[in-house]
Design a protein around this ligand. Structure first.
Ligand code: COI
Length: 367
């Protein structure tokens, strides 16, 4: 892939936000973006990096009406040594194509996916925050652009990558959140879109999120769509339960649960940290029973944005169930520290997960 790079004039360059406590999550975007077009005759064509700017979208574009859209999320981290590192980006490239299959969209070559990110981050290196906990969030996405209102898969698409410097997810430190167990609304059902990273799943989650906040909770604990009995996800994250301080249980992937990169990393880190890990069905009754008897010692969510997000309580059928006295447990803390240490290059990476940013090859960029 040969990427055409368009200049950004000095007057177009935005001021860096150096106070990372002001960054929040994806409120600011960098100076440039990557775009590429797809049509059935030529396939993927026209790779470009140019100024970050609004799209011109036809009002009849299919994505605006039928939500044919997919996205990914990953981060670049700057360590104390000044090196910029990506975390398992090939997992995002593979999942992007699995989401594309589910939404009837064209595949994007895994290598081109990675190259689009590396080339853009290379040009935007000054935006990778250098304080620990902050990172550059990378958002690749693809959407349908056919101008038509018939319900069908589009024959044209745009692929785009944008970047946002993000602050530490927990401004007040790593603190446990309260969950509202949604036993009426569901995020996804078997056979639906749950496994795909597509905007529709997040739209489906908004109403339950609003109800959770009205009930004083920060996030929703999702149950399965058929019986409202088995645990699926938490908010926009995967979920783990710690039994007796040393056994991890997470719902097995079943078609309606997103195959999270952090989820997979926690499962693989478990044995290194002396924990047993199990992927299986787990019901809300088992969870409530486990919290009540004390066999569930910790609960935490996993995702790219927050990494590890400890849970302090569950609200189920108007009752509150407190987990670990609303404190961060030792397993959540150890997993958080280990993942972060690997991502920032401070702990040896025994799995080969980390990909250092390299200078772009001449053949990739044409200026
Ligand atoms: C994640 O944390 O992995 C997410 O997907 C959150 C994102 C949708 C903001």
């Amino acid at each position: 892939m040969k990427i055409a790079v368009h200049p950004v004039s000095d007057s177009e360059l935005k001021p860096l936000i150096t106070d990372t406590s002001k960054l929040g999550f994806c409120k600011f975007f960098t100076d440039r973006m990557f775009t590429m077009d797809y049509n059935e005759e030529e396939g993927w064509t026209n790779p470009q990096i140019g100024p970050f700017r609004p799209f011109e979208v036809d009002p009849s574009s299919l994505v605006l009406h039928y939500a044919q859209e997919i996205f990914e999320g990953l981060k670049a981290f700057k360590g104390k040594d000044g090196a910029v590192r990506f975390f398992r980006p090939e997992m995002n490239a593979k999942r992007f194509n699995r989401s594309a299959d589910r939404l009837c969209m064209p595949h994007f070559l895994e290598n081109d996916f990675l190259e689009s990110i590396y080339a853009l981050v290379n040009l935007e290196k000054r935006w990778v925050p250098d304080s620990k906990g902050a990172a550059l969030y990378i958002r690749p996405f693809m959407f349908a652009t056919d101008k038509a209102l018939g319900v069908r898969a589009s024959s044209t698409y745009v692929y785009c990558v944008i970047l946002s410097p993000v602050g530490p997810y927990y401004q007040e430190g790593f603190s446990p959140v309260s969950l509202f167990v949604s036993d009426e609304l569901t995020r996804a059902a078997k056979g639906g879109l749950g496994e795909a990273k597509t905007g529709a799943n997040y739209a489906a989650s908004l109403l339950a999120g609003r109800i959770a906040r009205k009930k004083g909770c920060a996030q929703v604990l999702w149950l399965d769509g058929a019986e409202h009995r088995y645990i699926e996800e938490v908010g926009a994250m995967n979920i783990f339960f710690v039994f007796n301080g040393n056994q991890l249980v997470t719902p097995q992937l079943n078609g309606s649960i997103l195959a999270g990169v952090t989820r997979d990393s926690v499962l693989r880190l478990a044995s290194m940290l002396g924990l047993r890990a199990e992927e299986r069905k787990i019901s809300i009754d088992e969870v409530i029973g486990g919290i009540t008897t004390g066999s569930i010692t910790e609960i935490f969510g996993t995702g790219t944005a927050a990494s590890i997000s400890p849970v302090g309580s569950l609200q189920f059928k108007e009752n509150d169930y407190i987990v670990n006295n609303r404190n961060v447990g030792p397993v959540s803390q150890q997993l958080f520290d280990t993942l972060r240490g690997i991502q920032y290059g401070e702990i040896e990476d025994p799995f080969g997960w980390v990909v250092p940013l390299q200078e772009p090859q001449e053949k990739v960029l044409s200026l």
